[in-house]
Design a protein around this ligand. Structure first.
Ligand code: SAH
Ligand code: SF4
Ligand code: F3S
Length: 439
């Protein structure tokens, strides 16, 4: 019998990207082969995100396209996974005819069995129950041949309930994975030539809180640094309220921990931060960044900001601008607030007009672009340690890697450099990348 082929579309955060890697690994283990082209696949899975309205719309328009593909080819198996699948469950299957599988965020491990079942019993099949034991957390999904870098899940879910955010509803309660399992997985990855690992969780700073034995994220970082072959450690994402001095100190003390932290601030206004239920004030955030820079002078700090949260006044927005000028982020992801079903903020009355949100967003982005470019220009002339990850995005004649501070550097060179850590002199600065030359 011919092997079935599969194609996975991925929306959303790095956790979703990694979930897709895990789905791919499971499908390959069950005898399926990856398809290069979705039009040629027997199974198409859309791994969805629900964080903002736009992500939601994109997934729905793709599902519409797949529905038309399915009309032409009734044997095509169409599945939806991820956060929208978790959110809509049965209703998804009712609303979108032709959908075969709806797989929630705790049920990835069931995909191969569901595919087998759908072929004998028919569709649609829906699995969206939350599980105490998240079976998918430990699915081993080594990246493809030649990969240099890999994700490792250290925890799932979130207990913070920020007023705007759907994640706690769609990923369930916070659960830390056992350190033994994490370290074993990293050992296996290192054995396959992976030299950079990124530890993943919605809020890695509170890792281990449920263990009750004092083993925390700083302990985990030290243990990961002890795994042979791991040259670079990164992690994402951090919540400022849980960023302890113990964790900050790791940047000074652990040689393989890269000098970069993604520390979403969301707003520079205390009244907005309170309404968001973030659990810190702007001044506390600034103090934590100062501490990080005191521990590690060249640390790069990136962030997320939402503009137009319900009730955000012009004065609140000025506080955000002032915080950006004070902190000078190395990079920033900024978003217009959008209502998400079931969240507290969706029920807040004082909605900000879309036009105002757009104006605030473009002002903020202009400011950040200037800062990012200035920081990139300041790097010109310096020699940076680059881990070469592959060809550059735009050309096969060039290779590309990142600085320890997570900035993309493109340079001349061939595939023989991939996987190597090399000194590179920075020669030119752009907004989204740097250009350099091997020293
Ligand atoms: N767990 C991470 C981030 C999760 S979502 C953390 O705690 O920081 C990524 C970013 O999306 C958030 O940091 C926030 O800036 C943005 N975001 C989340 N919900 C949003 C909403 N309803 N509208 C606009 N942006 C939102
Ligand atoms: Fe969402 Fe807040 Fe949890 Fe991040 S910490 S996932 S923003 S609820
Ligand atoms: Fe999106 Fe779910 Fe991640 S909502 S941002 S895919 S946790």
């Amino acid at each position: 019998m011919r092997h079935k082929s599969f194609y996975i579309y991925t929306f959303g955060c790095q956790m979703n990207v990694h979930d897709s890697e895990q789905m791919g690994a499971l499908l390959r283990d069950s005898g399926c082969l990856p398809a290069a082209d979705p039009a040629a696949a027997d199974i198409v899975i859309v791994n969805t995100c629900s964080i903002r309205e736009k992500a939601d719309q994109k997934a729905h328009s793709l599902l519409g396209r797949l529905r038309r593909m399915k009309k032409k080819n009734p044997r095509l198996i169409v599945g939806v996974a991820g956060c929208l699948a978790q959110q809509w469950g049965e209703e998804f299957a009712r609303r979108i005819p032709g959908l075969d599988l709806v797989v929630g965020t705790h049920n990835i491990h069931l995909i191969p069995e569901m595919i087998a079942r759908v072929q004998t019993c028919g569709a649609p099949l829906v699995e969206t129950s939350f599980r105490d034991e998240v079976n998918s957390i430990g699915i081993f999904a080594p990246p493809g041949n030649g990969a240099v870098s890999a994700f490792v899940t250290v925890m799932q879910g979130c207990d913070n309930f920020c007023a705007y955010c759907v994640v706690p509803y769609l990923r369930g309660r916070e659960q830390s994975r056992r350190p033994e399992d994490i370290l074993e997985e990293i050992g296996k990855l290192a054995g396959r030539g992976i030299s950079e690992v990124t530890l993943l969780g919605q809020n890695v700073n509170s890792y281990g809180a449920s263990f009750g034995n004092g083993y925390d994220f700083a302990s985990l970082l030290r243990d990961v640094a002890g795994v042979k072959g791991v040259e670079r450690i990164r992690f994402t994402t951090s919540h400022p309220k849980d960023l302890s001095e113990r964790i900050a100190r790791c940047f000074a003390e652990i040689g393989s921990l890269c000098e970069h932290i993604h520390l979403p601030v969301q707003s520079g206004s205390d009244s907005v931060l309170t309404a968001m239920n973030r659990g810190y004030r702007a001044a506390e955030y600034i103090k934590k960044v100062d501490k990080l820079r005191q521990m590690c002078s060249n640390i790069s700090v990136t962030s997320d900001i939402i503009v137009g949260f319900p009730g955000e006044t012009e004065e609140d927005f000025r506080h955000t601008i002032r915080l950006m000028e004070r902190v000078r982020f190395d990079g920033l992801f900024s978003f217009r607030y959008s209502d998400r079903p079931g969240t507290a903020a969706a029920g807040f009355a004082a909605k900000v007009e879309d036009k105002v949100k757009r104006e605030r967003l473009s002002e903020l982005q202009r400011l950040q672009d200037g800062i990012t470019l200035e920081k990139h220009e300041a790097a010109v002339g310096s020699v940076e340690e680059i881990l070469i990850e592959g060809y550059s995005r735009n050309s096969r004649a060039e290779i590309s890697g990142r600085t320890r501070t997570n900035k993309i550097v493109n340079l001349e060179g061939g595939p023989e450099w991939i996987g190597k850590t090399v000194p590179v002199r920075i020669e030119k600065a752009y907004l989204h990348s740097l250009r350099g030359k091997l020293v």
